[in-house]
Design a protein around this ligand. Structure first.
Ligand SMILES: [Zn+2]
Length: 271
């Protein structure tokens, strides 16, 4: 039987420094535990209350910054029927759209399972994926599904839409707050970082330098990184620079996800 400290440590899935039990006492809204976050049983053992687990899950989701629409996306909803099984995809080396999509889905799930198994053990985190493909090929769905899967398995994730993230940071340099600086630090240190839409932003020395510092840190610390991009390797090298691209490829296995047309528009046609 675990003691209370072990139970709390095991359930402690987010990094803010406030003691969790104290926090729940402040709120004091749970009728089961009276807000303490744990239940003392008649045999003298303690167990974590459901309210604690739910609150931690909410904190994890908030910290991940996944937009509400993306919080609904799952691996199960990633519909392979959207990818033609009888047409070879351009640059797919003879493989069909369907085969590429199935491989991307399998690899993404496997990457997430390895990240969950590695947990907080430094040095065991798996290499992520770099999903390449045109607009509307399902990359963001797959990346968001990975985020949700990891979060539901209590992993710390940060999901950044890269153009928005760079805009926020730029705002910070014209006088906004520590919070945004903190976000940049989080992007370096979070166990799993997901960079959505890498490359769909203006490139300047400053954006290159921000992205390089994040990728470089994560490569040195062996932290799992997943990215999606509409760009091909030639454009990535040209725009991101060789140093960043080499780090990106060290962090991520490239994986083509192509579709014969925009899946989001297809969804609208069906509706
Ligand atoms: Zn409770």
């Amino acid at each position: 039987m675990q003691n209370l400290a072990e139970i709390i440590t095991a359930a402690d899935i987010e990094t803010d420094n406030q003691p969790v039990v104290q926090k729940s006492q402040e709120n004091g809204e749970c009728s089961v535990c009276g807000g303490s976050g744990f239940i003392l049983r008649p045999d003298g053992q303690a167990e974590i209350c459901r309210c604690y687990t739910e609150r931690r899950m909410q904190q994890l989701f908030r910290a991940a910054r996944l937009q509400p629409a993306l919080q609904k996306m799952t691996f199960a909803q990633f519909d392979l029927a959207n990818y033609p099984a009888n047409m070879p995809a351009p640059d797919g080396k003879g493989r069909t759209y369907y085969e590429l999509a199935r491989e991307a889905l399998t690899k993404m799930r496997s990457c997430c399972d390895k990240a969950i198994a590695a947990g907080q053990h430094r040095g065991q985190a798996p290499r992520g994926l770099l999903l390449l493909g045109q607009v509307g090929s399902g990359k963001t769905h797959l990346a968001a599904a990975a985020a949700n899967y990891l979060l539901r398995n209590r992993q710390r994730v940060l999901f950044l839409v890269v153009p928005d993230f760079l805009d926020e940071l730029r705002g910070a340099f014209s006088g906004l707050e520590d919070e945004v600086r903190h976000l940049q630090e989080q992007a370096k240190r979070v166990p799993v970082l997901i960079l959505d839409d890498l490359g769909s932003h203006n490139f300047s020395d400053w954006t290159r330098s921000v992205l390089f510092s994040i990728l470089n840190y994560r490569m040195n610390e062996c932290l799992t990184t997943i990215a999606t991009t509409n760009l091909d390797f030639v454009s990535l090298q040209e725009l991101l620079g060789t140093r960043s691209l080499s780090r990106l490829l060290s962090l991520c296995e490239p994986c083509l996800l192509a579709s014969d047309r925009d899946i989001r528009l297809r969804g609208l046609e069906k509706a």
